[in-house]
Design a protein. Structure first.
Ligand SMILES: Nc1nc2c(ncn2[C@@H]2O[C@H](COP(=O)(O)OP(=O)(O)O)[C@@H](O)[C@H]2O)c(=O)[nH]1
Ligand SMILES: [Mg+2]
Lengths: 270, 609
């Protein structure tokens, strides 16, 4: 089983992500990974299998609002079968249970944070591994690779620990957890180039059909496609090299108010 | 092509975030929608368009117009991506600045023309120097505030040059800019029309990205050991050098060696690993390897010692004092250390060493640590990843450090000049008084191979010669210390661990300790080595099963064959024959006296000073 060697830059990115995953597994008790089934966390899941020699040594959780695209659920079922995965489908609480002062789409997105909080309270995971990237969003650009959360799941960006070289902070107080972000240093374009080079499967909604494609996949009711003719990965990579439109422009909750995303994240959103 | 990562340093308000915001806008990498949003968030706060808001995304940052935490932005250029790490200039936020500086290839220092080099700028430059940046790029900003931009630039330029020369840092370029209006950022503007040099962006071309060094010494840092289908894989990263299948490597600090039989980047099998690559490897022997170990090429190991001299940047809220107990993280190893001595603190005003009792937050100090265990390290940031570390207290990172020297003993030597600084009596002193050193002589072999008999005979002989000697016999210990243990694999491992720990203490006290335990598991035995790594010797008391069974001193083989005893080594439990024992004593071809004499000679040679 030999594939063409990865380009140097992708190999360096992959190696760092694998290093981070192995650190999380070795240093933190009871980690779990969130798999949103999108391109990033699927590429991450691919690297988990590489890091742990074909196994996924921790639970794989889907925070399910029941509102994902049908194609997303179908893709999940396919990978579960092909990769022999065990997925925990965690049903998220209804919108009525979240902070009602948030703008409408953000309120919807907050269901995921509420679902995550319930899951953590029940399972007491010491670490939650997530496929977010710094280039996605200005607030995420400020994240640490290992990012401790308070016991209520909230993020205190004013007091992030130092993160020198590869020495990550994994110590958290009882009942709190640490978010682990192995893809923080990747860009959207890196992910697609990697997906192509490693032949990683992905949800077909990312490819253009009738002049439209999804650049990110959130819940079907708050995510919108962009205009695009990119019906192959090559074309996506070329499109990304040319565009300056932000990746998450199709996510309704980000632009509702200036502080919407910051408030979501402070409240434990991914 | 690999991205270039650049950290922005400079005092608060020097214009770091503005330069980056402007860079994005002038390169057309901000959409009209985003620009409009920027205008409205700026207007909301009663300011003209504030480019820094592109970076300063937190509400608090915008309201107070400062950067609180690191941010990163990607600037796409035709040749490569630039990733800028925007760091806060604030005095209290040094931990963020340092975190940023530890992840980059290059640095830009921003100096405001109206302020010049401030105390905070000096301090930050000192950190850059500490991190090993020998070259930086400088931007003299806010030239719009000067009545004569050219003269203002020249004055500041002279100041910057003098200061950097003091530190021994080269300025790659010192570029005049006015960030708010964009002059000199991507291209010259009215305020910098007189300038013949490059714009800030152009000054960055040609800066190389740091890449793991394939020509440096092989350092494979072990993160974990995984078992798959009965095989053992050692997972880690090759931080520097290259490693290939068939190569013999040495694991530190135990100094055990084995040959690499496979290198896996799952599912692919590689012939060789490249510097920087995360892989998993298999070995040709079952030597003990665990997280925390680091492998090197034979004869090219790191330094090994019980003490480190280091330069640290202190980040903890509570200052560091002599005698502090801390945890050292170096590579994947984590061990308790004591801050033994503060040599001095570097004064960031004069850059001169100054004697100090404590090292406060944000200060750079030169210190010595001692550890109870041997530390494998390399001196300097350049040599390998084993030259940098962090210190932890109560689970939090309180300092970053650079190894300046490993003290305790030279490369690869025996236990000669170990400085046991944790004790008021050194190993040296004990050895001088006793006339010999301590050591652990670990006998292993099948039941009835002759371990106890030989151990007792040699103990008598050593005692007669005036040596401090003691036998730890497996059966005897099981009547006391190990009374709660049975013969399951876990219990046997624990039996070995406890016995090793006790043996280590005796050896530390100056005794020649002879242990007589079956200790059937090779990994358990290898782990035992760590209890006294400076003088641990594995001795195989060799006897084939049928001979041992014929001897059957205690009648155990018979009972085991009859099924009355379970987990009996040689019959119903495995015995790993030592692969590289320091001594083999064959009790089939030698009688007790001959075997004892061989062991006696071996021990005497090891302990006599
Ligand atoms: N007059 C003038 N003001 C500037 C210039 N560059 C930045 N500023 C202002 O200086 C203040 C601090 O800038 P900022 O980028 O936040 O500084 P930082 O703390 O170094 O990131 C802001 O109000 C900027 O608008 C410049 O070239 N000229
Ligand atoms: Mg700033």
């Amino acid at each position: 089983m030999t594939r063409a060697q990865l380009p140097d830059d992708l190999e360096a990115l992959e190696s760092q992500s694998i290093y981070i995953l192995r650190e999380a597994f070795a240093r933190v008790e009871k980690p779990a990974m969130l798999w949103s089934i999108g391109k990033d966390s699927t590429a991450l899941l691919w690297m988990v299998r590489k890091a742990f020699l074909g196994e996924v040594p921790f639970p794989l959780v889907l925070l399910d609002t029941g509102m994902e695209f049908a194609e997303v659920y179908a893709f999940r079922d396919r990978l579960v079968r092909e990769w022999g995965l065990t997925v925990v489908n965690e049903a998220c609480p209804p919108e009525s249970s979240v902070d009602q002062s948030l703008p409408p789409a953000a309120r919807h997105a907050a269901r995921k944070s509420a679902g995550l909080r319930a899951l953590l309270e029940r399972e007491r995971y010491g670490a939650v591994i997530l496929g977010i990237r710094r280039d996605e969003q200005a607030i995420r650009a400020k994240e640490r690779i290992f990012s401790p959360r308070n016991s209520d799941g909230s993020w205190d960006p004013q007091r992030q620990p130092p993160e020198l070289w590869d020495y990550y902070s994994t110590e958290v107080p009882d009942g709190a957890h640490v978010r682990v972000h192995p893809l923080l240093h990747w860009t959207e374009r890196d992910i697609w180039r990697y997906t192509q080079a490693e032949e990683i499967p992905f949800v077909p909604l990312y490819l253009a059909r009738n002049g439209q494609r999804y650049r990110t996949l959130g819940e079907s009711n708050i995510t919108f496609p962009i205009r695009s003719d990119a019906d192959t990965i090559e074309k996506i990579v070329a499109e990304l090299a040319a565009t300056h439109e932000p990746e998450r422009a199709g996510r309704a909750m980000d632009g509702e108010s200036e502080d919407a995303f910051e408030r979501l994240r402070a409240g434990g959103y991914m | 092509m690999k991205q270039l990562r650049i950290v922005m340093v400079g005092d608060v308000d020097a214009g770091k975030s503005t330069i980056l915001g402007r860079l994005l806008v002038d390169l057309g990498q901000v959409t009209p929608a985003k620009l409009a949003e920027l205008e409205s968030t700026s207007a909301k706060r009663g300011v003209a368009i504030e480019y820094s808001f592109l970076l300063d995304a937190f509400q608090l940052e915008r309201d107070q117009a400062i950067t609180l935490d690191l941010s990163r932005i990607w600037v796409r250029l035709p040749q490569r991506d630039l990733v800028f790490v925007d760091a806060p200039g604030h005095r209290e936020l040094i931990r963020n600045l340092l975190s940023g500086a530890s992840e980059v290839d290059a640095a830009i220092m921003v100096v405001a023309a109206d302020e010049g080099i401030t105390a905070q700028t000096r301090k930050q430059a000192l950190f850059l120097h500490w991190f090993g940046f020998s070259e930086i790029t400088v931007a003299i900003n806010k030239l719009d505030l000067a009545s004569d931009p050219k003269r203002a630039y020249e004055t500041r330029r002279a100041e910057v040059e003098a200061f950097l020369a003091e530190l021994g840092i080269q300025a790659r370029a010192i570029v005049p800019v006015a960030a708010r209006s964009g002059d000199g950022i991507v291209k010259a503007g009215p305020l910098t029309a007189w300038w013949n040099g490059p714009a800030l962006l152009d000054a960055l071309t040609g800066i190389p990205s740091r890449v793991p060094d394939p020509t440096a010494e092989l350092r494979f840092v072990v993160q974990d050991v995984y078992r798959r289908d009965g095989k053992r894989f050692i997972a880690g990263r090759l931080d520097s050098g290259t490693m290939h299948v068939g190569q013999r490597i040495v694991f530190w600090p135990l100094q055990t060696s084995a040959e690499v039989t496979s290198i896996v980047n799952w599912p692919a099998q590689l012939d060789a690993a490249r510097a920087g690559q995360s892989v998993a490897i298999e070995l040709n022997s079952r030597i003990f390897v665990d997280r925390g170990a680091v492998a090197s090429a034979v004869g090219h190991g790191p330094e090994l010692g019980r003490a480190l001299q280091a330069t640290v940047v202190w980040l903890g809220a509570t200052p560091a004092s002599e005698g502090d107990s801390l945890r050292l993280r170096l590579g994947t190893r984590e061990i308790p250390v004591t801050l033994q001595k503060i040599e001095h603190v570097v004064d960031h005003e004069t850059l001169e060493p100054r004697p100090a009792e404590t090292i406060g937050a944000g200060e750079v100090g030169v210190v010595a640590f001692v550890a109870r265990e041997s530390i494998a390290a390399d001196a300097g940031f350049e040599a390998s990843s084993l030259g940098r570390f962090v210190l932890m207290r109560d689970g939090a990172v309180v300092a970053g450090g650079r190894v300046d020297a490993v003290i305790g003993r030279a490369k690869g030597e025996g236990a000669t000049n170990v400085i046991a600084m944790h004790s008021s009596v050194t190993a040296e002193e004990r050895a001088r008084r006793n006339g010999h050193r301590g050591g652990v002589f670990w006998l292993t072999g099948l039941p009835s191979a002759g371990k106890s008999t030989i151990a007792m005979a040699v103990q008598r002989m050593l005692f007669e010669r005036g040596r401090h000697v003691y036998v730890l016999d497996g059966d005897t210990l099981r009547t006391g210390l190990n009374i709660d243990l049975g013969f399951s694999e876990e219990d046997r491992a624990e039996n070995v661990r406890r016995t090793a720990a006790v043996a280590g203490v005796f050896a530390d006290a100056g005794f020649a300790v002879i242990t007589a335990l079956i200790s059937p598991n090779a990994q358990d035995r290898e782990a035992a080595r760590a209890a006294y790594p400076d003088g641990f010797f594995e001795i195989y008391i060799s006897c084939d099963l049928s001979t041992a069974e014929r001897r059957d001193v205690k009648g155990h083989y018979k009972r085991a064959r009859a099924g009355e005893m379970v987990n009996f080594t040689g019959v119903s439990a495995p015995y790993d024959i030592p692969e590289n024992p320091e001594l083999v004593v064959d009790t089939v071809t030698h009688d007790i006296a001959e075997s004892a004499a061989a062991l006696l000679a071996f021990i005497e040679e090891r302990i006599l000073v």
